[in-house]
Design a protein around this ligand. Structure first.
Ligand code: HEM
Length: 124
C-alpha cells in the first residue's frame, strides 16, 4: 500500500499519539517519561502536537524552550537510540515522503544536540 506524506495537523496528531504510546510501553524509556509527566499526558501530547506542527508544517503554534525539561534527566546514548528507533518506526509505519524524511532528520539532529548538552551537565 502506498503511504501518504505528513500533510495536516491530524497527521501530526496520529504520529505523536502512536509514538508516545510506543514510548510508554517501552521498558527502557517509558518509566522516565511517566516519572516526570505522571498524569499530565494530555498536556504533554498537546505540546508535542504544536512542536511538530511548527517544525514540519511551518505553523508557528509552539512557543517554548524544548531543552530545559531534559537537562537533568538520567539518560544516556542508549536511551536516545531507543527514542530514535521508536520515532523512526512510527514515522515509517504511517507515512512516506519528504516531510516524513524531514521528521526523521530533524529528530536525529535535535536528539544529537540534547544528548550532547545532557552529557555536558552530567560531567559537571
Ligand atoms: C530519551 C530521550 C528523551 C526523553 C527521556 C525525553 C523526556 C521528556 C520529558 C520527561 C519531558 C517533560 C514533560 C513535562 O515536563 O511535562 C519532555 C519534554 C519535551 N521533549 Fe523530550 N525527551 C527525550 C527526547 C526528546 C527529543 C529527541 C525531542 C525532539 C526531537 C524532544 C522534545 C521535547 C519537547 C519539545 C518537549 C516539551 C518542552 C516544553 O516544555 O516546551 N524530546 N521530554
Amino acid at each position: 500500500m502506498v503511504k501518504q506524506d505528513i500533510q495536516t495537523l491530524d497527521d501530526i496528531k496520529l504520529l505523536v499519539d502512536q509514538f508516545y504510546s510506543k514510548v510508554r510501553d517501552n521498558d527502557l524509556i517509558g518509566p522516565i517519561f511517566d516519572g516526570v509527566i505522571k498524569d499530565k499526558w494530555p498536556e504533554h501530547l498537546e505540546k508535542m502536537y504544536r512542536f511538530w506542527e511548527t517544525i514540519l508544517l511551518g505553523n508557528n503554534t509552539y512557543s517554548g524552550r524544548p531543552f530545559p525539561p531534559h537537562a537533568h534527566l538520567p539518560v544516556t546514548q542508549e536511551h536516545f537510540d531507543q527514542w530514535k528507533a521508536l520515532f523512526f518506526m512510527t514515522v515509517d509505519e504511517l507515512y512516506q515522503g519528504e516531510v516524513a524524511d524531514m521528521a526523521k532528520w530533524r529528530a536525529t539532529k535535535i536528539a544529537e544536540v540534547f544528548q550532547a548538552k545532557i552529557s555536558y551537565f552530567q560531567n559537571q
